[in-house]
Design a protein around this ligand. Sequence first.
Ligand SMILES: [Zn+2]
Length: 252
Amino acid sequence: MRNRIAFDALSLARILDFVTPTLCPLTGAPTSAPDLLSAAAWSAIQFIDDPVCDRCGAPFASDFGSGAVCARCAAHPPDFDRARAAVVYDEASHGLVVSFKHADRTELVRAFTLWLERAGAPLFTPRAVLVPAPLHRNRLVSRRYNQAALLSSALARRARLVSAPMLLERTRATPPQKDLSPEARRRNVAGAFAVRAGMEGMAEGAHIILIDDVLTTGATLSACARTLKRAGARRVDALVLARAMRGAAALG
Ligand SMILES: [Zn+2]
C-alpha cells in the first residue's frame, strides 16, 4: 500500500509538472531540474572562487598568497572579520535575488543554500551561530518574509549549525540603501540595529556568521557586526549570496 501511495504521489507530481511546468526564474524557460534553473541560467551565473581577499571576499585576478587582503580592506578594514559571497552580483544574479526577495520565489532557497554552503565553508566552525540581517517590522509586514532569515534557517539545517533569527533587530526603519552613496549608506544604517533584549547572553563570546542576500558596500553588515561586537561577540563573519563588484578593478 505504501508503494502504491508513493507511486501515486510521484505520478501526480509529474502530471502537475506537465500541466504547470516550473519556470526558470532567470530565463523563464520551463525546467524540471531540481535546482529550478535552466542550463542557460547556470552558464550566466558567475560563481566566486579563490583567490579572494581574505577579509572581504572580493575576487583577486592573481593569487597573492594566503591571508592577502585587497587595497580597500587594507585602507579601511570592515567591521566584520571576514566575508564570503557565492556569486558576483550582476544582471543575472540580480534577477534571481529580486525574484527571491519580491516575487515569492522562495523555492529558490534550495539552490541558494547549496551555493552558500560552498562559499561559506572557510567560515564555518562547529559552534558558529547564523544570524540573518534583520528587516524592520514595517518592512517585514509588507514583504511577508525576511529572505535572509529563510536562507539562514535552511543553511543551518544543512550545515548543522544554529540559526538565531531573532538575535538582532532593526530598531529604526531606514530608507532603502539602493541609490545612496557609500557614505550615505553608512549614515543610513548607523545605530539602526540592536541585540534583542534578553538575548545578550547568546552574543557574548560567540562566533556569529551574518547572513544576507547581497553585499554592496558592506555598510549594513558592518553596522550589524559593530552591534554584535559591542554585545561581546568574539568574531563576526558575513556570508552573502551575491556581492557587487564596484571598484573591483582596483582590487587586483
Ligand atoms: Zn577586501
